[in-house]
Design a protein around this ligand. Structure first.
Ligand code: COI
Length: 343
């Protein structure tokens, strides 16, 4: 990624594989865009299918002021991470799952979409470290009335990233906003569409101004069941039971969420996907959040109606720590990939 700063050579472990790397201070990376040299772009017109994409220099893209994405918000995105193994090999975690989720989202948003193979093949190889991959899919053609656009663009850019929350693996502090709901039944809350993220910004900004890390949303009908945090899913631990809100169209079907469930079950935990009432936060042992960007974030406190419920103030809970290690060791190729999830 020579856009960032002069390249230097790096040898992974004691193999004789050498990489040209940008001179990045990997330890101080946050979750912000650090532009890299190229992006992958693929277009298709309405009624056609995506065929061949190309690498272009990373840069601004030109859109008509009447592009569907700008006017009607028909857009989807994904997020994947790439890890560099000690031997220098590059590992992607379950990219087909992201491709499938984008296809399901595209169906709901009335857009054509790339095939799973096109999606996975379009992922460019990285140099080193934790590289975040952002596939973006949008209506780029001009429209005026509310109608599907005549043109669609699928593009992928990448950025080296560090922790999503500034707390890193230290506990985060959430507040429940009883006035704002992220999604409603039969809407698009379960789709990774751009609008779901636009609508949490105001609540999230207000929470941050009060010193919280982020917002935990409740369902909009009963106003008492947990849904998700702005950019991640939530899990509640009580003894050997790990509970998480069931996927019913209002929360995002996170790939990290699904992976945590499968791995925890295989390791003897009872995992329940169901309605999780806000009251259950009161006697939970631990709460943690999951997401591709977030990975696993332990929750230190949740404030509800001004009352603060605290969990292990001074650190990360045992189950959260175990889940974090199990997942990241697998993603980095340090444990056997029994599920065949690595590419
Ligand atoms: C991800 O976890 O990859 C996401 O898409 C969340 C994003 C809002 C940073």
């Amino acid at each position: 990624a020579s856009t960032i700063s002069p390249a230097k050579k790096l040898q992974c472990d004691d193999s004789d594989v050498w990489y040209e790397l940008a001179d990045i201070d990997w330890d101080s990376l946050g979750f912000a865009l650090m532009p890299t040299d190229y992006m992958y772009v693929m277009k298709c017109t309405r009624g056609e299918t995506f065929s061949k994409g190309e690498l272009q220099r990373f840069g601004n893209i030109e859109l008509s002021p009447s592009a569907g994405i700008l006017n009607y918000g028909q857009g989807l995105f994904e997020g994947l991470k790439v890890y560099c193994k000690q031997d220098g090999s590059i590992l992607l975690f379950r990219p087909e799952e992201n491709a499938l989720r984008m296809r399901m989202g595209a169906e709901q948003m009335c857009m054509p979409s790339p095939t799973v193979e096109q999606f996975v093949d379009a992922v460019p190889p990285p140099g080193k470290g934790s590289l975040y991959i952002r596939p973006l899919h949008m209506e780029s053609g001009a429209v005026l009335g509310v109608a599907p656009s005549p043109e669609y663009t699928f593009l992928i850019y990448v950025s080296p990233v560090g922790n999503y929350f500034k707390e890193g693996i230290a506990p985060i502090h959430l507040m429940i906003d009883t006035e704002v709901h992220r999604a409603f039944r039969c809407g698009t809350g379960g789709v990774k569409t751009i609008g779901n993220y636009a609508l949490v910004l105001k609540a999230q900004t207000a929470a941050k101004a009060k010193g919280y890390t982020d917002v935990l949303y409740l369902d909009c009908f009963h106003k008492k069941y947990l849904e998700q945090v702005s950019s991640c899913n939530v899990f509640v631990v009580k003894g050997n039971v790990i509970s998480t809100p069931a996927i019913k169209g209002t929360i995002l079907a996170g790939i990290t969420r699904k992976s945590i469930i499968d791995v925890a079950r295989s390791q003897g935990f009872q995992v329940e996907e169901r309605l999780v009432a806000v009251d259950e936060l009161l006697d939970a042992d631990e709460v943690f959040c999951t997401g591709t960007a977030v990975v696993i974030s332990p929750v230190g406190s949740i404030t509800y109606h001004g009352e603060r419920i605290s969990y292990r103030n001074s650190g990360i809970g045992v189950v959260s720590q175990q889940r974090y290690s199990a997942l990241t060791r697998l993603q980095m190729g340090l444990t056997e990939d029994k599920m065949d999830w690595l590419v």
